[in-house]
Design a protein around this ligand. Structure first.
Ligand code: MD3
Ligand code: FE
Length: 205
């Protein structure tokens, strides 16, 4: 069962910061991301069973999340053979403000959602230490985010994420099932071609 709003914020360790990034800073960030994507272009990932994901992906930082027939894992190079671009400084600063100054994230996954892309319910399982939160930044079109519990069959709740929203998943929330049901295409003018970018900062290794 899915509820429309609100109580999702009561999951322990789930923190949502609406409109945390200013309109100006969003534009600066998109400029940094454009430079990163020029060096490390978006590509499609495949599940270990060979199903394509509907998002297109790239990464920044020492490690990038990677998936193919050999499984899900973190790797140090883009499929084109180059090292992943650096994580832009404003993102590292945001992590320092909202998560910790004791340790920097070593991975930033960039997922691009076209108007029809979605992400099925899953858990983030590929990092070595789940005591570090995941920090997520939404840019561009609105997305319907769904979060459940520790088991796949648990009740879920949904919340719309908009451009400039930041979500921190720590504590129990770090192990929760979550996904993106759909994008509301054309709700933002931030990205020239529309759609949505989600950035997730993590300690991978
Ligand atoms: C809750 N991304 O990249 S971000 C992912 O909007 C991912 O692209 C979604 O799920 C997106 O793995 C959701 C919010 C998010 C990220 C990580 C989480 C929620 C999370 C980890 C644990 C629990
Ligand atoms: Fe996830």
């Amino acid at each position: 069962m899915t509820e429309p709003l609100g109580p999702a914020l009561m999951i322990k360790g789930f923190k949502i910061f609406k409109n945390a990034i200013s309109a100006d800073d969003r534009r600066l960030l998109v400029h940094d991301l454009r430079l990163a994507v020029e060096r490390a272009p978006l590509y499609r990932s495949y599940t270990p069973s060979g199903q394509p994901l509907s998002v297109r992906t790239t990464s920044m930082g020492r490690y990038g999340w990677y998936s193919d027939a050999a499984g899900y894992r973190y790797v140090t190079r883009h499929p084109n053979g180059t090292k992943w671009p650096a994580i832009p400084a404003p993102l590292l600063n945001l992590w320092g403000l909202l998560v910790s100054t004791d340790r920097a994230p070593d991975s930033c996954l960039l997922n691009y959602y076209s108007g029809t892309a979605k992400m099925g319910l899953h858990r983030d399982n590929d990092e070595v230490d789940f005591s570090w939160p995941v920090l997520s930044i939404s840019l561009g079109d609105d997305a319907l985010f769904r979060v459940g519990g520790m088991a796949r069959g648990d009740a879920t709740q949904s919340v719309w994420l908009s451009s400039g929203d930041v979500v921190v998943m720590g504590g129990d929330a770090r192990r929760a099932y979550h996904g993106i049901d759909r994008i509301k295409f054309g709700t933002s003018r931030l990205l020239a071609h529309g759609g949505r970018i989600n950035l997730t900062l993590r300690v991978a290794k």
